[in-house]
Design a protein. Structure first.
Length: 144
């Protein structure tokens, strides 16, 4: 089995660049107030609106790219065998659902047996009635 040669430099450079771009987006948001070209308590001037409209997407894209670089770094560490995922904890199987299932099975089998017995009794009673009716018809024809 071939092992992957792990070089973290590309991931770290990407994360550092993402953080620098995030700081640039934060500066665009903060600059109108820090540099004083937005008067206190006044309506926003076009420079402030422009800085906000540019700074917020820049900061969001930088955070998303940082998350992608971080997740790819974790994937590379797992592929190289540096990080090992632990066994996942599984909930212990309880006996309660199996007993409920067997109770359900017993109830359904009892119901099926009762329905079968009822249908059999009705068929026998129906065939007896048909036999009695056919006997009456035969005797009526003989008498005629």
């Amino acid at each position: 089995m071939r092992t992957t040669l792990f070089t973290p430099s590309k991931y770290i450079c990407g994360m550092v660049a993402s953080l620098i771009i995030f700081l640039a987006g934060g500066w665009l948001i903060l600059a109108p107030f820090a540099l004083g070209y937005q008067p206190y308590g006044a309506a926003w001037v076009s420079q402030t609106t422009n800085d906000f409209a540019t700074g917020i997407p820049v900061a969001v894209v930088a955070l998303v790219s940082f998350a992608f670089f971080f997740l790819s770094l974790l994937g590379a560490l797992r592929a190289a065998g540096v990080l090992v995922t632990g066994p996942r904890a599984q909930a212990p199987m309880t006996q309660a659902p199996t007993t409920q299932q067997s109770d359900l099975d017993r109830t359904l089998s009892t119901l099926a047996a009762a329905l079968t017995a009822d249908l059999t009794a009705r068929r026998q009673a129906g065939s007896n009635q048909q036999t009695d009716q056919s006997m009456e018809q035969l005797t009526d024809r003989r008498d005629a």
